[in-house]
Write a protein that binds this ligand. Sequence first.
Ligand SMILES: [Zn+2]
Ligand SMILES: [Zn+2]
Length: 416
Amino acid sequence: MKKYHLLLGVVVLGLAAALFWPRAQEAKKEEDSLPWFKGNTHTHTLWSDGNDFPDMVVDWYKDKGYDFLALSDHNILSRGEKWMKSASIKNRQKGDGPSALEKYRKRFGEDWVDIRGEGSAEEIRLKPLDELRSEFEEEGRFILIEAEEITDRFERHQVHINALNLEEVIPPQKGTSVVDTMRNNLRKVREQAERLGKPIIAHLNHPNFHFSFTAEQLAEVVEEQFFEVYNGHPGINHLGDETHPGDEQLWDMANAIRVGKLKSAPLYGMATDDSHEYHGGNVSPGRGWIMVRAERLDADLLMRALERGDFYGSSGVTLVDVSFEEDIIALEIEGQPGVSYKTQFIGTRKGEDSAVGEEFDISESLQPVYRLRGDELYVRARVTSSRDHPNPSYAGQKEQAWTQPVGWKKLIGEGQ
Ligand SMILES: [Zn+2]
Ligand SMILES: [Zn+2]
């Protein structure tokens, strides 16, 4: 009798597996086959303190094969009419060579450039986002995402937050502490997202700029889901110094507190340019970007993918696939001839005394895999190429990629 039941059980299970397994496989395949989109979410133009025309900047990124770009000027959206003195534009350029205006005219032609006044009163009109969109956007090929770098401060602490996919400018909200300042700005972002019924992403920028944030502060503001683990501006203290941890260490320190103590989701890591200079200066474009896996090239869908954590940051390494299933993280690196790759699986284990940001494992495979032991708060992967970064923001920089922390959801009651 028992045997019979067992046999029946096996048959039923087998049938169920036969029926449902292919479907589960199909669903997984669908997700894997979603395309990756490359974009930069932190970019400055003449609309604030960048030194080139917005159309020249957009043209640069589109030409380099980016799929999306967010122009994120300080406390302003690229809307309405804005004229700028030719002399001030010239002043922002360092060194010799053709002026920004000369290059602008050469690229787009005399008719495209709006000029008024003469001599020292000469002014050029900056193109607003809607005009940039009709010039550059192409379905499935390139889109612009409206953005602002909400640029706030508390005493000497710089609180800069990029809001992506917003529609109304958010003035800096101020606050009574670093944490309060951050919270007040994030609240405004959330309010707008709710009112407009669309996803608006907020990422905290360059936490080590003026050493503005501690890991504890980054951890405490749990409503912040994103921060810049890499920002290409050479002046943001990416590596820290003798008394301050680098951006990546801050990430682990904050995430260990969030998942371990606060039972909250960890921060996701963005990589961005924060480009300001387009005429040979050192705050140049093309150093850091994100790769986002979305259904198609659409601002809302890209934002949803970021919220899901379906993206990675890069300063040169490309991943064909990143997956986390059944407690296994698996990467597939797009190898380049003559280049080797080192993947570190980095995380923090449960328990007060655990090392923060420990290297759990290291691999030199193009398909590195890490199986969770079960005592991790979270694990993430960092891939470092043997190739030097072609335009480094710090000495000795190699090309890298950073995937998002995983393995934490069940610890905060969100399932896998
Ligand atoms: Zn900033
Ligand atoms: Zn910036």
